[in-house]
Design a protein around this ligand. Structure first.
Ligand SMILES: Nc1ncnc2c1ncn2[C@@H]1O[C@H](COP(=O)(O)OP(=O)(O)OP(=O)(O)O)[C@@H](O)[C@H]1O
Ligand SMILES: [Mg+2]
Length: 660
């Protein structure tokens, strides 16, 4: 092979490749940020990252100054090329990010094949590199000759295209995850810096660091730096200024040299507004992340740090002297005196913020709560003890940041009711000391308090029941049949508002149940098929036998009377023989799909049933009657109490439909 056939040459040891290439990074955002940094250094104004999920492959195209053949061999293909020895700034005056001449090797940690196409405006060049060939070359002498390929970049279209194929992992991560991570790794992306980076055609912006929208308080190191546009943090309250001077003792003695850092530390309202990427204090220099997160090194108050997000810019850490960045590239040398000094300042800042944050957060929560006039009115009428406790609760509710007003309303309502109940309890214990006539005033207030709370509680119950009834109303017969089968016997209030939770004595239920079974055994086939269930239950003052028939079963009134009578007698016998303390009154209710036959004599049917203390109700009537009786209850209570008024006002404040 002549020299001309092998225009490109790379000298690399296998060891270096293992350490710096394949083993350098595990995550794709970090790898891509190396290539983006190179585009920055090439004075590119635009970088496009495109994913081809089919192949799969990744393309990174920049419009920078590209590379001549000489550049390729002496810079790109030279591992360890130290560009800053030549210039600390790019031709266009940017501060250079590159330093070690190893960044491009990162590509090999996600791809086995890396194609480079480049144009410097005067010539075009393209070559392919492959990990297997590099490894082979390294084993047999160390010289590697990348294979020339057809160039996809036009001479007039200056810049560099890097294409990564034979990816080790399928790029299955979401593009917006990558977008957020890249946004977090560079502070120079965006119009302001003349550096536009886009993923699949969509530019990365500061908004992609989505925590800006959720920041509640912001502290600045020194003056607010204009590196970030804090107007994007609408709720962010400029909470304070942090010391920003980092004194560093020169290694050769002498007075400390002072360096300034810039940046901010912010807190969000609730930890769930930060993900693991954003819940960090990033350290950067020269517009680029050099240390992923300083938070873990501040070992205190875990709960507090879950609210923290921040960025510290310490350009002096990446000056042109000693290299502070480890070859792992994700972090800095922990014991470097310069880093230790920065860490001290940042830790002190985190520490001083902590108490202030706690105070401010509470104040803000209480303030937000008291912005509701009804809550404020209630609060102001309470004594200092209640107010103190209420404030703590407000802070908690407001910290929840519920998206639906309705949820928040419910929490406030429940809290206020709870406080009222507690107040009642206090009054109750005061009752122990009722002796004088004057104390009876207390008794009167107590009675009113009990009434008010019971009334609101009952209203909640009624509203809940109405919702159930309305749901039943919308069911088709089949579904209604199933719903009643499942719920009727445990919710007798469907049949009568005062039939609260059934209070049947368990042993009695067993005895009566056994008697009922004996009767069941004598049923005709048709009777058996027509019935869903028959049960007995005790409600205040009486016992109820409820029979639920199938929706489509047709029942004759006289037969129904005969049948119910048997069960009724069995129950009465049990009561007489074994449960004399129990009420004697027995009511039978048959729930039917349609009125019993003969259908031309409903009056007569009702009469013969009534004679044995029984009645029937059809499925539809059951739902209608239940709805009507509860509706009436709500309408009758036009005005109940102060507490009622307060709760209505509360509903109004939250834009919830006022209660009837
Ligand atoms: N997209 C590009 N456009 C033009 N030149 C490039 C591009 N990418 C790399 N180069 C050249 O290749 C050299 C080596 O890149 P590499 O990323 O390995 O090292 P570096 O950027 O100098 O330092 P570091 O190891 O800190 O990244 C660069 O200094 C630059 O001259
Ligand atoms: Mg680089």
């Amino acid at each position: 092979m002549t020299h001309d056939d092998r225009p490109f040459q790379m000298t690399i040891s296998l060891d270096v490749l293992q350490h710096l290439g394949i083993g350098l990074y595990s995550n794709i955002p970090a790898v891509l940020s190396e290539l983006v940094a190179n585009a920055w250094d090439a004075d590119a104004s635009r970088v496009r990252i495109d994913f081809d999920h089919q192949t799969p492959s990744i393309r990174i195209r920049d419009d920078g100054h590209g590379m001549s053949l000489h550049d390729i061999n002496s810079k790109f293909l030279t591992v360890g090329y130290k560009r800053r020895l030549q210039h600390a700034e790019t031709p266009d005056g940017r501060t250079v990010m590159g330093r070690k001449g190893i960044g491009k090797l990162a590509a090999f940690s996600i791809a086995d094949t890396v194609d480079v196409h480049t144009s410097d405006g005067e010539s075009v060049h393209a070559f392919r590199m492959n990990t297997r060939d590099i490894e082979e070359a390294a084993r047999t002498g160390g010289n590697y000759f990348p294979e020339p390929i057809d160039c996809l970049v036009e001479e007039s279209d200056r810049g560099t295209l890097i294409r990564l194929t034979d990816l080790r992992k399928r790029p299955s991560w979401a593009a917006d995850h990558l977008r957020r991570r890249l946004a977090r790794r560079f502070s120079v992306i965006g119009e302001k810096h003349g550096f536009d980076v886009s993923i699949d055609g969509d530019p990365i912006t500061l908004d992609d660091r989505d925590y800006f929208n959720d920041m509640e308080f912001i502290w600045y190191f020194g003056d607010p730096a204009d590196d970030w546009d804090f107007s994007r943090a609408p709720s962010g309250d400029g909470a304070g200024v942090l010391p920003n001077v980092v004194p560093i003792l020169p290694p050769n003695g002498g007075p400390p040299v002072e360096h300034a850092i810039r940046g901010f530390i912010g807190t969000v309202r609730k930890p769930s507004q930060l993900d693991d990427v954003n819940n960090a204090v990033v350290l950067s220099a020269r517009g680029r992340l050099i240390h992923e997160d300083m938070l873990p090194e501040y070992r205190q108050a875990r709960v507090y740090t879950e609210y923290v997000v921040g960025e510290v810019i310490a350009d002096f850490l990446d000056d042109d002297n000693d290299d502070i960045i480890t070859s792992g590239r994700q972090r800095v040398q922990q014991d470097d005196a310069r880093y230790v000094a920065v860490k001290t300042v940042v830790n002190q800042a985190l520490h001083s913020i902590r108490d202030e944050w706690d105070r401010k957060r509470k104040q803000a929560g209480v303030q937000r709560a008291l912005e509701y006039p009804s809550v404020k009115a209630w609060y102001e009428r309470r004594g200092p003890d209640t107010q103190r406790t209420a404030k703590r609760l407000f802070v908690k509710i407001e910290a929840l940041r519920l998206d639906e007003d309705e949820r928040k309303y419910e929490l406030y309502r429940a809290s206020i009711l709870a406080f009222e109940k507690l107040a009642l309890k206090d009054m109750l214990s005061a009752l122990d000391h009722v002796e004088t006539v004057g104390d009876f005033d207390l008794l009167a207030r107590l009675m009113t308090g009990v009434d008010e709370i019971e009334a609101t509680r009952y209203r909640d119950i009624v509203e809940g029941r109405l919702k159930v009834i309305q749901a039943l109303r919308n069911l088709v017969p089949n579904a209604l049949e199933r719903a009643l089968q499942e719920h009727l016997f445990n919710h007798l209030w469907l049949l009568h508002p005062s039939w609260e939770r059934a209070a049947t004595v368990p042993r009695m239920e067993e005895t009566v149940g056994a008697e009922f079974e004996k009767i069941d055994a004598g049923l005709s086939e048709e009777e058996r098929r027509g019935r869903i269930d028959i049960r007995f239950q005790t409600v205040p003052g009486k016992h109820v036998i409820v029979e639920l028939k199938r929706y489509d079963a047709r029942v004759n009134a006289a037969d129904l009377v005969k049948q119910l009578q048997k069960y009724r007698r069995a129950l009465q016998k049990c009561l007489r023989d074994k449960y004399q303390g129990e009420p004697r009154d027995v009511e039978c209710v048959a729930v039917l799909g349609a009125a019993p036959t003969p259908q031309d004599d409903p009056e007569g049917n009702r009469r013969i049933l009534d004679a044995i203390g029984a009645r029937y109700v059809t499925y539809d009537e059951l739902v209608q009657q239940a709805e009507a009786s509860y509706d009436d209850y709500l309408k009758a209570r036009t005005h109940a109490s102060d507490l009622d008024d307060l709760l209505t006002a509360l509903a109004h404040d939250f834009g919830i439909d006022g209660k009837p």
